[in-house]
Write a protein that binds this ligand. Structure first.
Ligand SMILES: Cc1cc2nc3c(=O)[nH]c(=O)nc-3n(C[C@H](O)[C@H](O)[C@H](O)COP(=O)(O)OP(=O)(O)OC[C@H]3O[C@@H](n4cnc5c(N)ncnc54)[C@H](O)[C@@H]3O)c2cc1C
Length: 509
């Protein structure tokens, strides 16, 4: 039995380990374009300040391939999947050891190609002074550029953009953040917290431009259009007839932190089912291209909404629409959702590997026995793609269950902790006003918000109040409600002698 794993990130490694655990004899080969074995990608930004050796980054020891008997081939790019022949075409670099074929065969394929930084269609985004942070090679280039740079602009004020800005500010660069939305960390924090963060970041000498759309990146500068009523929601700003300013700021170095694009193209070209809202080819603005997967619109129509990422569609067992191909990590989505976080990629990888091994072992008798034992409860959630896999009833442990997203940011003299629906935003970016527990300590600039959904804790947002995180997380996992959240906060307030007030009203929609 030959397993071929595409990618060498955490999803790929978790898949390999899960396969080896179940199949001691199988041949497992891992192919990756990256030149180094999996490292701790979330810690990459730490490299701004480190020596570049990467020593702090390696999640796994370098003896991992021997330990799990995995044949790892680095620096090789997968170019096409031939599902009929069950081969993957590779760009095999010269001078390799000769053990790779240009059309590498597989019995079971794990597709774990991760994601890349999304490059927005901004004039100059391909300039020599523009960088992204995804690989160690990227960091080496940025570190080299930082030696002669004095000013930097981070485009995109999400959690990663904030980390980039903080790291460069620590390296004594004049940094600014330009964010298209009305606040930083838009997906994780609400507007009250966003206003607080802006204030604290700017106090440390880093301007934050919100509601700002970059129009051009040039040699040494970034230009953008900014709504003057910068804290208003865009729709309200429009209603109020807000004016727009054209601003240009210096930028010897530009970091794009503008979200990710899943590496799903290879799978889509091979005819695997995909899910999401990809950009329309050739369109000037980034609107949905109508892949049909999410909204059913035809390719030349699309739904007209802003384009989003497109992932390889997988079911709870991380199976794609091809029974011999499993997919995991940032490139794939269960039920059309992927949060692009480490723990999610690792768990999907584990599930993909476990089910690939199980499918490979695939005795019909085992599947049938499992089916009769579990038909009632698990059979209902099976999402089948083709008749061949309809009798597939895996064990409980081989089902992917969504990982709760948590974010921690420490920088600009500020600690942010968020969990689950922390911004209180429901689907489609529409604010749902729950009767949240929302408290502001103006003097010490602390902010606590516990979002409630049907009276149950649905999200946690803490600014400079991280001590509350363990108890609130525990309450969240137990499905506790408002009363308990209030008690936890009250106990904490009593022991901290702080003067909290209800948060200032902010208009949610
Ligand atoms: C700077 C940074 C900070 C982050 N911080 C956090 C954090 O704090 N918390 C958190 O939970 N998550 C964080 N993340 C996200 C997290 O790192 C990812 O969700 C996770 O690494 C995804 O793992 P993966 O295995 O799916 O993909 P990846 O790690 O992207 O691995 C995919 C691999 O596939 C290879 N590949 C791609 N195309 C090809 C091809 N055609 N042929 C061969 N190989 C190919 C790539 O080279 C790569 O090695 C951060 C990410 C970055 C970049």
């Amino acid at each position: 039995m030959k397993y071929l794993i595409l990618g060498s990130g955490i999803a790929a490694m978790a898949a390999a380990e899960a396969i080896r655990e179940r199949d001691k004899e199988a041949e497992i080969r891992m192919i990756s374009a990256e030149r180094e074995l999996c490292f701790n990608r979330p810690m990459l930004i730490g490299e701004f300040a480190l020596d570049g050796s990467g020593a702090a980054l390696f999640e796994k020891q370098q003896d991992w391939p021997a330990q799990f008997n995995v044949d790892v081939k680095l620096g090789c790019r997968a170019e096409a999947i031939d599902r009929e022949a069950k081969t993957v075409r590779l760009a095999v670099p010269d001078g390799r050891d000769g053990s790779l074929t240009a059309a590498e065969p597989y019995d079971k394929l794990i597709y774990a190609l991760g994601a890349e930084v999304r490059i927005p269609p901004i004039p100059g985004a391909d300039g020599d002074n523009v960088y992204v942070v995804r690989t160690r090679e990227d960091m080496k280039e940025i570190r080299a550029a930082m030696k002669s740079a004095r000013s930097a602009v981070v485009i995109g004020g999400g959690m990663l953009g904030l980390e980039d800005a903080w790291a460069m500010r620590e390296q004594k660069l004049d940094v600014a953040i330009v964010e298209q939305k009305q606040r930083v960390a838009f997906g994780q924090i609400d507007q009250s917290a966003g206003n607080l963060m802006k204030k604290r970041i700017e106090r440390m000498g880093v301007p934050v431009y919100v509601n700002a759309s970059v129009t051009e990146i040039g040699d040494g500068y970034v230009s953008f259009r900014q709504e003057i009523s910068a804290n208003a929601l865009p729709a309200e700003a429009e209603e109020a007839g807000a004016e727009v300013d054209l601003v240009t700021i210096p930028a010897d170095l530009v970091i794009l932190s503008t979200g990710v694009t899943p590496n799903s193209r290879l799978g889509a070209e091979a005819g695997l089912e995909i899910t999401g809202r990809g950009p329309k080819e050739g369109a000037e603005s980034e609107v949905c291209g109508g892949c049909g997967a999410c909204c059913g619109q035809q390719a030349d129509e699309g739904c007209g909404l802003q384009a989003g990422p497109c992932w390889i569609a997988v079911d709870q067992y991380c199976r794609t629409s091809d029974p011999d191909i499993f997919a995991a990590g940032d490139c794939a989505a269960v039920n059309g959702r992927n949060d692009a976080i480490w723990d999610e990629a690792r768990e999907m990888g584990r599930v993909a590997g476990a089910n690939a091994a199980r499918a490979a072992a695939g005795s019909a008798a085992e599947a049938d026995a499992a089916r009769s034992a579990k038909k009632d409860n698990i059979g209902q959630v099976v999402q089948t793609y083709s008749p061949e896999v309809q009798t597939y009833y895996p064990e409980e442990e081989e089902i992917y269950r969504p990982v709760t997203a948590e974010h921690i940011f420490t920088g600009f003299d500020t600690e942010v902790f968020t969990m689950a629906d922390s911004s209180g935003a429901g689907t489609d970016g529409v604010y749902i006003r729950h009767a949240d527990v929302e408290i502001f300590d103006y003097q010490r600039e602390r902010y606590i918000r516990v979002s409630l959904q049907d009276g149950i804790i649905a999200g946690i947002l803490l600014i400079n109040a991280s001590e509350l995180a363990p108890d609130l997380m525990d309450a969240y996992h137990r499905g506790a409600g408002e009363e308990e959240a209030r008690q936890i906060i009250q106990r904490w307030k009593d022991s901290h002698e702080v003067d909290f007030k209800p948060a200032a009203p902010f208009r949610h929609r």
